[in-house]
Structures are given as C-alpha cells and as structure tokens.
Design a protein around this ligand. Structure first.
Ligand SMILES: Nc1ncnc2c1ncn2[C@@H]1O[C@H](COP(=O)(O)OP(=O)(O)OP(=O)(O)O)[C@@H](O)[C@H]1O
Ligand SMILES: [Mg+2]
Length: 291
C-alpha cells in the first residue's frame, strides 16, 4: 500500500517536472517557437522514452496538439508505454504503402497523437538521413503544434545527431550520479558537431526528493535556496524562480553551460561499443516480446 502511494507520488512528480520542462522550452524562444524536439541521452536507460512520453503528455494537456514519434528504431518502446497498437508506422508512410493519416494513432490523452515505426528496420541511420524522412518531419511540424521524437542514445548510435539537424531543438536527458562526465561531454560534442540546437539537459530519476525540491530555486551564484530560506538569502544575488539557472528534472537548463564546462576526453569511446552491443541485444528481446 505504502509502495503504491510512493509510486503514484513519483509519477506525479515526473508529470509536474514534464510540465516545467515544457514551460521552459516555450519560454526559451517566445518569438520563434520551438515546435519540434528530439529527446536523447548519452548512454542507454537514462529515461529518454519516459521523458518523451511525459513531455508530449504535458504539451497535450496544455491544450496544444502533440505528436510523439518513435524514432528509436533500435529499441521501440513507445507503443507499449502508450498502450496503443497502430496498424502501420513511419516506414510504410515513407514507402507510400500507407497514407500518413492512417498511420497516426490516437491515444487515451486528448490532443496526444503517436507515429510508430515498424520493427526490425535494418538501416535506421539511412532511413533518417533520407530526403523522404526530412520531408516527413517538415509535414509533421506543419500539422501539429509540437512534435517530439524519442531517439536512441547519441553516444551509442548516430541517429539522434542526424535527426537533431532537422528539428528546432534537442533535449539531453541525464541520469545524475550514473552518467559519466566524459560520456555526457562526448555526446554533447557529437550533437554540437552535427550543428544541433541543444536546448538543455533534463535530469531524470530525481523523484522522491520531496515536493520542497520543486519549491527551491538557485541563486545567481548557483546556490540552492529553499522557499523557507528565501528571506535569509540576503546576499542580494537571489534570482527569481523564473530566471533561475535550471538544474533538475523538468528544468530545461543551459546544457551548453553544463556540458561545455566539463572536459571531454574521448574516454567514453570504449564503453560505446559495449553499449551498442547491449542495446541491440535488448532490442531483439523486446522485439520478440512484442511479436
Ligand atoms: N524519472 C524517472 N524516475 C524513475 N524511473 C524512471 C525515470 N525515467 C525512466 N525510469 C525508468 O527507467 C527505465 C528506463 O526508462 P526509459 O525506457 O524511459 O529509458 P530510455 O533512456 O528510453 O532507455 P533506452 O536507452 O533503452 O531507450 C524504465 O523502467 C523507466 O520506468
Ligand atoms: Mg528509450
């Protein structure tokens, strides 16, 4: 019973964080709205798909239309997370086998739509690099208020870097105390090399820190101040919550600052091959389970 209560309060925290993330993305560029967003991370299992689903849900519940696109052709998870079974996916749209409208699935959340991808795509990077995929991205951007793409980790596969060049912005998901600094820096470097507009980082697995976490803010010197301590933060540097440099889940922070402050060394390279093999293995298992 207590465990159930904890799970639902964690889910609520994640939902609230996603709303904050969406708000931050919107306020980042009010004059030139960021409509299409790639969600990626440096290594597997940092919470990309969860973040993509929750961000798209947050957008949809705000009254805007959101399309969630399964762009992780290596390890598809979104259909299962949304509990939908579309009859066709992006591959049949790209090959003119299915009209786009027939491939788009509705979900239980009003305003939230989903475009899946077929299983066992042999050459994901080639598909993403094709003119047809780029054209599809443009069409989706014209049709929905927001389009969110879930992708594989950029430190493991090139897919997210390719897609990041076609969208307005890229969010890097980071699991604090798990992701290695070198891996994050390498991934950020790859995205920047591709000329991606990296919007910021979204820290995951931060729930359970209590609601006070969300009512704390940071001073301009980076100090964390709880709401009750605000009056005593008399340094004069206390930033308003709206202008705080964001640091946590849902606070789309300046990744440029965070990641470029760290020093990349290429040390992550050795773990990339291992990640790639593991990712493919798990994808096979997931594919078998779905079939
Ligand atoms: N913010 C979070 N707090 C707690 N658990 C989480 C959070 N985000 C994701 N998880 C859990 O972590 C696991 C991996 O999450 P998810 O599938 O979203 O990660 P991913 O980065 O998309 O993984 P992959 O690299 O395989 O695509 C899932 O069991 C999910 O429920
Ligand atoms: Mg995923």
């Amino acid at each position: 019973m207590a465990k159930k209560k904890k799970q639902s309060s964690n889910a609520l925290e994640v939902q609230n964080a996603a709303k904050t993330l969406f708000a931050n993305i919107r306020f980042m560029s009010p004059d030139d709205p960021i409509k299409s967003i790639v969600v990626t991370s440096s290594v597997p299992n940092e919470g990309k798909s969860t973040c993509s689903v929750e961000l798209a849900r947050a957008i949809a519940t705000s009254g805007k239309t959101a399309l969630l696109v399964e762009a992780d052709m290596r390890r598809r998870t979104l259909a299962g997370m949304l509990n939908v079974r579309p009859a066709a996916g992006a591959y049949s749209v790209l090959t003119d086998a299915t009209p786009l409208g027939a491939a788009i699935a509705t979900t239980t959340t009003p305003n939230l739509y989903f475009l899946d991808i077929e299983p066992n795509i042999p050459n994901p990077a080639d598909i993403l690099s094709s003119k047809r995929y780029r054209k599809l991205v443009g069409l989706l951007e014209d049709t929905y208020d927001y389009v969110v793409f879930d992708t594989p980790p950029v430190g493991t596969f090139v897919d997210a870097a390719i897609l990041s060049t076609m969208v307005d912005g890229t969010v890097m998901v980071v699991k604090p105390n798990s992701t290695k600094r070198a891996e994050l820096v390498d991934a950020y470097g790859q995205l920047k090399k591709a000329d991606a507009n990296v919007l910021g980082i979204c820290a995951t697995f931060c729930e359970g820190t209590g609601s006070e976490y969300y009512y704390a803010y940071y001073t301009s010197s980076g100090e964390r101040v709880k709401a009750g301590e605000a009056a005593s933060a008399s340094s004069g540097h206390a930033a308003l919550p709206d202008s705080r440099p964001a640091r946590s889940a849902g606070h789309g922070s300046a990744a440029g600052r965070s990641a470029s402050g760290a020093r990349g060394s290429g040390r992550a390279a050795s773990s990339q091959a291992a990640n790639r093999a593991g990712y493919a293995g798990q994808a096979d298992a997931a594919g078998r389970a779905r079939r």
